[in-house]
Ligand binder design. Sequence first.
Ligand code: ATP
Ligand code: MG
Length: 424
Amino acid sequence: MGTLQAVKGMNDVLGEETPRWQRLEARFRERTALYGYEEVRTPIVEPTALFLRSIGETTDIVEKEMYTFADKGDATLTLRPEGTASAVRAYLEHTVYAKQPVTKWTYTGAMFRRERPAKGRYRQFHQAGAEVYGDPGPYVDAEMIDMIVAFLADIGIRDIEVLVNSLGGPETRPAYTTALVAYLSPLRASLCGDCQRRIDTNPLRVLDCKVEHDRAVAAQAPSVVEFLTPADKEHFDNLQRTLDALGTPYRVEPRLVRGLDYYTRTLFEVKGRGGGLGAQDTVCGGGRYDGLVEQLGGQSTPAIGFAMGIERLLMMMEQPVAQPNIDVFIIAASPAELVEATKIARDLRQGGVRTDADLRGQSMKSQMRRADKSGARLALVVGSDEVTRSVVQLKDLIEKTQTEVPRADLLPRVRATLALVEAK
Ligand code: ATP
Ligand code: MG
């Protein structure tokens, strides 16, 4: 039997990668907490109908990327391809709208899309995202974009480009779509097969095509900004005024559209320039979706959200110097001291010191090797004589010094040494 492997496009995270994920997630929690967001955790599997009704039947995700399966019985379930639909479902299911006028939620977690795997494009990937319900913007829109820029700086990503656009509301969309179809129709034969279909099913999606020739066609298309109603235009102007006031860098990109159907008005994207990600350089996508809550059965509720691809962010973060994950390594001179070694380790941990020990009864030499490799600053040697006299030998593995320390003084001594190291 061959060795088992992970599903194509789905990755393990281990070794030195894990602390980087943890750091990113911690910074995201801290940054969003500063803005009053609360975390929401929803199931990874949802009824397929939720995504059909929200993302849109003629989007790439719904047409070809969803992992959908029949549950026992006749329910059709789907692994979530994105987070907004589930958040809206939870918002309605728990009547959150009745409890607070404005709701600010964040989430992080795995998403699933059956795409062709490439660098920065996976079948299981992870997003960190946020949603705000109950505020029509545009000030909260600017606040959200500014928060994203601040978070990216928190994790060391500063070489970015923020693109903003407005798709307008329900009145703008039909007029713009008509103009777009009039522009695209004569060019139909030159477009890719998908786009030829999109002209009839979902013309806006042509602007989001990744085929080079189609991108050139999209670049000349009429601009949605010219079709905005006065109210839509005022919204968009105020968004830009607020971003200007905050000093948030951005560029208006009138042909920016995004892959999901539910967007209205504010739309934005953040591209990162580091990381060699090529076409996968979009680290964040977001926008307003004022019609979605109603579309899913709720009261009309303005809403806006964004999602960032964690794998892509990690590729753009600088590689930090690997940090040791323990501070003290305990060595038992012989198996007779293993009980004592276990106890000393427990006491140090209770005192908040990251401690490891080799409890397999190996030779001193082999334990010393492991201590050196562990990256621990300190090693503690416990022999029978030490147990009798209630002391330990404390070795500083960097300074190459050894001191005898009474057991009663051990914790403060270890802490003091480590604090000195940290202060340097
Ligand atoms: P793309 O145009 O790159 O396919 P998208 O428009 O499908 O992205 P969204 O649905 O807006 O992306 O998701 C937001 C973010 O999630 C993206 O900007 C990207 O960083 C990340 N992302 C989306 N799909 C994948 C994937 N298959 N693998 C890794 N990250 C992804
Ligand atoms: Mg995509």
